[in-house]
Design a binder for this molecule. Structure first.
Ligand code: 13P
Length: 252
């Protein structure tokens, strides 16, 4: 019997100008206000440029707002970066850290991801720590080893179910339309929870949410979200349309 409330999180990535981003956020907030609300927490992570406006647009609804990344420091000489304190100041409740696109595009190591997650938590944010193997790693039989080492390398020392969410995003499933099978997703999610049990103890591991991400859509969400160790989704493409994101949320 699990008490984990599912989290459906939209990662808008580098998408959205003012008009369409605000329409998307307002569309979701209006649906939440009108009810009935889906049986999950809902989060959107817009690009930094839209966070302040989105926070205003969804005020009065239960839609949470988060950042897609953050720096490991609170302030200072880091041109172009955004600190966790700045995100919290705008009204964010979450920060995604260690997304595979950041690991690739910005050469972020596990140590960097851990520092960012630690800083996010210190600022009062919930860190969504992303891990996941590439296709080459899966084909080489390294899936479990890669996810274990990314998890242990990226997880902050003070991680709790209240300040941490794990997101398993197989890189080969991101933006490809090639979704993990339920068996593949459950196998990795269960292994992640087993590692969390070793590291944090059974009680914390049983409460910590582990999201699946990678080509989740309204038509495949139900079977993924029904898996025993899948506690929600981190959604890219399908988070950019109200109907698709809402459809996934309703699958909870
Ligand atoms: P897609 O849902 O577009 O595959 O993206 C998943 C993702 O990377 C969410 O962080």
């Amino acid at each position: 019997m699990t008490t984990r409330r599912k989290l459906i999180a939209g990662n808008w990535k580098m998408n959205g100008l003012k008009a369409d981003g605000l329409a998307l956020a307002k569309g979701l907030a209006d649906k939440l206000k009108a009810g009935p609300a889906p049986a999950c927490d809902l989060l959107v992570c817009p690009p930094f440029t839209l966070i302040a406006a989105v926070v205003d647009a969804v005020a009065g609804s239960t839609l949470a707002v988060g950042g897609q990344d953050c720096h490991a420091k609170t302030s200072g000489a880091h041109t172009g970066d955004t600190s966790p304190a700045m995100l919290a100041d705008l009204g964010c409740g979450y920060a995604i850290v260690g997304h595979s696109e950041r690991r690739t595009d910005h050469a972020e190591s596990d140590a960097v991801v851990k520092a960012k997650a630690t800083a996010a938590q210190a600022a009062g944010l919930i860190a969504i720590v992303c891990i996941g193997e590439t296709l080459a790693q899966r084909d080489a039989g390294q899936t479990m080893d890669i996810n274990r080492s990314q998890l242990l390398g990226s997880l902050p020392d003070g991680a709790t179910p209240e300040n941490t969410v794990i997101a398993y995003e197989p890189v080969w499933a991101i933006g490809t339309g090639r979704v993990a099978t339920p068996a593949q997703a459950q196998e990795v999610h269960a292994a992640i929870r087993a590692e969390l049990t070793k590291k944090l103890g059974g009680e914390a591991a049983a409460k910590m949410r582990i999201l699946y991400g990678g080509s989740m859509k309204p038509d495949n969400a139900r079977e993924l979200l029904a898996l025993p160790d899948v506690d929600g989704g981190l959604i890219g493409g399908a988070s950019l349309k109200v109907a698709d994101f809402w459809g996934i949320a309703e699958s909870c």
